[in-house]
Write a protein that binds this ligand. Sequence first.
Ligand code: ADP
Ligand code: ZN
Ligand code: ZN
Length: 737
Amino acid sequence: MPTPPSAAARIFRVALPLPVFSLFDYLAIDDEPICPGVRLEVPFGKGHKIAVLMEISTTSPVAMEKLKPILRVIDREALLTKQDLALLQWVGNYYHHPLGQVISTALPAGLRQGNTAALPQTRYLALTDMGKNVDASSLKRAPQQKNLLEQFQAHTSALPETQLASMQNNWRTAVKALIGKGLLMLTDAPDMVVQAPAHNTGLSCNADQQAAITAVTDSFGKFRVFLLDGVTGSGKTEVYMQLIAIALARGLQVLVLVPEITLTPQLEARFRQRFNISIAVSHSKLTDPQRQTAWLQIRQGECAILLGTRSALFTPFKNLGLVILDEEHDTSFKQQEGLRFSARDVAVVRGKQLGVPVVLGSATPALESLYNAANGRYRHLRLPERAGVAVQPSLQLLDIRNQRLQEGLSEPLLAAIRGTLAKHEQVLLFLNRRGFAPTLICHSCAWVARCRRCDTNLVIHRHEQRLRCHHCGSEQALPKHCPACKTGELTALGLGTERVGQVLAAIFPDKTIVRLDRDTTQRKGALENYLEQINAGKVDIILGTQMLAKGHHFANVTLVALLDVDSGLFSIDFHAPEKLAQLLVQVSGRAGRAEKPGKVVMQTRRPDHPLLLALIHSGYHSFAQTALAERQEAGLPPYSHQVLMRVQAASEDAPLAFLNAVVALLQQHAPTKVEVLGPVAAPMAKRAGLYRYQLLLQSQHRQALHRLLDKLVPQMEAMKGKQKVRWSLDVDPVDLY
Ligand code: ADP
Ligand code: ZN
Ligand code: ZN
């Protein structure tokens, strides 16, 4: 029985960072005004936790005398607004994830732990009147000071010290000197550093770009989703930047989401160059304090642009006016553990809540987005031509059946490489597998090096003399002899970038070859360094994994070769053809980006494969239409909706037993409009020592699927044997593994 309200009962209903779906009630300690969205410290068990206030009530389902009072109120004003909370609640409901954990995903670590939500004192500097008028060239004997002064003169307002650090090393000394000379002064933080760039350095747009800019601009202040569908090099980024300039001029903030920022340092540099105002950046490689600063700067309106990866989506904005999501097809927008949200889909929801336009850009839009464009949910904006002088590269299949291969390189390909290098142009080779070779096998007894903890082979890393599992990270020394028969000779089967790199170095001893994969770019700054060398023309051959597909501009690359496209043609996941097509087109897009025409060569043993033929002869959109027709035929997304339930456990039987019990529960709810497929062993049945099973729920009716889960999840929470397994729900999975 709910307790009747007592005279002054004020009950705080809070979300706690726990894997629990319900909210928790506490008693207020005084009657100070307070609103949802503030953080509280509350007693919990023997300790205490940081909670977020969701609602204030006068009644509780818990008996009043059992409620504990909170310990303290942390924030004086709401850290998360009503709208922020509504978005997080939507996310919790849609992904069937506990609200407290959703909120944890949205908050930087320090704020999660109860730190005060204040920006570290940043000092701002501005020109004095003398500084505004002095001719910077009078400082030519102090180049550091001259440079800094010029930077200030190019801006219209004060700059925070944090930004100076990104402009110039040794800035402190220069600042001190400029203050000493009466040219700079310390000043108060400006209220909102939102303004148009000092000089619009934008390019003059072509008609397609202009049409896109006008369409989005007309929609400022209203919710509307635009699919900016433009071939690589068609000037999408230019469109984003011009839209941002317009938003800034109207005093609006902009959220720009990209798949993996650290892979595309060029984009950040381009933004900084165009907008000489401070840009907040947020991604997982930053330290916690750095992320917290960016979060607070955006929330307080001190920064107008936030450039970030998927988790930046939840940053609260003071005055968000435009959301841009680049490379919208990229699956790294989908978080694959914990809260498995799609930043693209939630960005659309956020745009709708706030009434602002959302621009989704890609050269290879997701099938789902093309479907949404076709049914009118998104407005389709096309940029079919490359901007400027660049032309589309020519695509060609290279049949390697019966060809002699040198570590995966065919004679015709080698000839093409030689020809390109002779013209002093660059070659880009793509192979989506790092390491030396994916299989170590015994020549006499056929023993294969397998991971003990996963259902997979260990990958040879020859330079380091290690065998590594690319799934669980376990590794061991590379054996010299076969551990099984003790006598057999061990052979490396298959190709990885390390192996191809070696053979290239042997064939082209006087050429500079750079390998770009996760192994060679681990060190901080390594990728930037390589990219710089490439763009300075110091590199002849670039060899790499899908890291290369991510929006890089290599102006002097005129030959792109995909060494092995076949391995992508044989996956059991229905998403595989879509992903392969996107990858092929994205990698191809690196060729001929400047004046020089490019050529793309794909080595294959399946030159008659319909997917490859469709891509080559009719392009991505024609492929997409065929693929969508197949999905419709098979009743697969986007023509239906899926939720994948994954279960894993240390014991082999527990996952299946658990899923069988879930199926029994589902039968109690029947008939529903939901199809239950499985349970089956996961495609990788064992991973990191855990056994894995899965169950797929599919329905034409999204509502029916979610209503069923609303009922099922609490029942699963209450199930016996639940402690023996770990289960998770993946709503709209992009990967059935
Ligand atoms: P995308 O993001 O679609 O790959 P970008 O915006 O990076 O394309 O543009 C590709 C190249 O074309 C860049 O070098 C850019 O400066 C140039 N470019 C873009 N728009 C124009 C334009 N209207 N006129 C001339 N060059 C342009
Ligand atoms: Zn052997
Ligand atoms: Zn493993």
